[in-house]
Ligand binder design. Structure first.
Ligand code: NAP
Length: 310
């Protein structure tokens, strides 16, 4: 059996929030590890262009992730790969287990796991996933040069990623379940001016359809007129919101009824020594800037916690 690895602080998730806590805590001379199920950067890696993070006019997500990682590790914070399967509290210590068979132990854990894309939950979505159904324009957009694409959703992600896809596709049809978008006004204006973008409102996608090989379109239901229809397309990009990544933490009693982690305004959960930051938190705003802000507060708080519990 692999030996337990001992740290002062274990950060679960190496997105913008987790990396910021790593920076602050390691700069305070704490022994810090960030655990992540994938590449550091989290959802930055699925974001083409970021125009609302201070200091950058326009930066690509993966580029920002790399810059943040260089900053986060400069004072010795480590990064380890693995999906966390369990977080157990054993007296003053917390034990974190990963699917790689590793166990990490520390008096402090910071949950920074963020959120994952919500599934639409219609027939064909699962079946055609990777064969025309995608949740990541940056990853898969290039497969659809000069093709007709459907984007499902009306929030910031749907419009921002839809706009990115117009640079590749011949046409992007955004299917929106309500009569209006939820996205911020600036994105709405940009979308309205984009000749390659069209909108179908008051419409639910009821199924993704395809042939033996790939997606050929979607079935729709107009929830105002009651009419059923079909839209032919080569790909379907789904952006219908996010769900928290909190499965390993369900037994700790720190989640709200939707699964987001409840904290106070200094990122403490009700379990001493367990903090939570960024998108995974019950919070009114989920942005890179807010995750970074949470991460800085937690970085300072974990230092205070360890000092007062020594
Ligand atoms: P979101 O804001 O929750 O929007 C989800 C969209 O999907 C809404 O239009 C919603 O419709 C629709 N939807 C939900 N379930 C659906 C279903 N079953 N069928 C059809 N449509 C459905 O999610 P998001 O756009 O992924 O954004 C998540 C968070 O990240 C937000 O806080 C957002 O502001 C932030 N974000 C910010 C930026 C930025 O600042 N540049 C970029 C991306 C994301 P309704 O409106 O009818 O509920």
């Amino acid at each position: 059996m692999a030996a337990e690895k001992k740290y002062d602080v274990i950060i679960i998730g190496a997105g913008p929030g987790g990396m910021t806590t790593a920076l602050y805590a390691s700069r305070a001379n704490l022994k810090v590890v960030m655990l992540d199920r994938g590449a550091y950067g989290g959802n930055l890696n699925n974001t083409a262009s970021i125009v609302n993070y201070t200091g950058f006019k326009d930066v690509q997500g993966p580029e920002l992730a790399e810059k943040m990682y260089q900053g986060a590790t400069q004072f010795g914070a480590e990064y380890a790969y693995g999906t966390v399967t369990k977080l157990a509290v054993e007296g003053p210590l917390k034990k974190v287990t990963t699917d790689m068979g590793d166990t990490f132990v520390a008096p402090v854990v910071v949950i920074a796991t963020g959120s994952d894309h919500r599934k639409l939950g219609v027939p064909g979505e699962e079946e055609f996933s990777g064969r025309g159904v995608s949740y990541c324009a940056v990853c898969d957009g290039a497969f659809f040069k000069n093709r007709h694409l459907i984007v499902v959703g009306g929030g910031d992600s749907a419009i921002e990623e839809g706009l990115y896809l117009t640079q590749l596709a011949s046409k992007v049809t955004v299917v929106v379940r309500r009569g209006e978008l939820r996205a911020q006004p600036m994105l709405q204006d940009e979308a309205a001016q984009n000749e390659k973008m069209e909108f179908v409102y008051n419409t639910n996608v009821t199924a993704v359809v395809g042939d033996d090989i790939k997606v050929t379109g979607v079935k729709t239901h107009n929830n105002k007129t009651g009419e059923d229809g079909e839209i032919a397309a080569d790909g379907v990009f789904i952006y219908v919101g996010n769900v928290p990544m909190t499965k390993p933490f369900t037994e700790l009693g720190i989640l709200d009824d939707q699964g987001w982690v409840k904290t106070d305004n200094v990122m403490k959960t009700k379990v001493p020594g367990i903090f939570a930051i960024g998108d995974v938190r019950e919070t009114p705003l989920r942005q890179i800037a807010t995750a970074v802000g949470d991460g800085a507060i937690a970085g300072q708080q974990v230092y205070q916690y360890l000092k007062s519990h020594n």
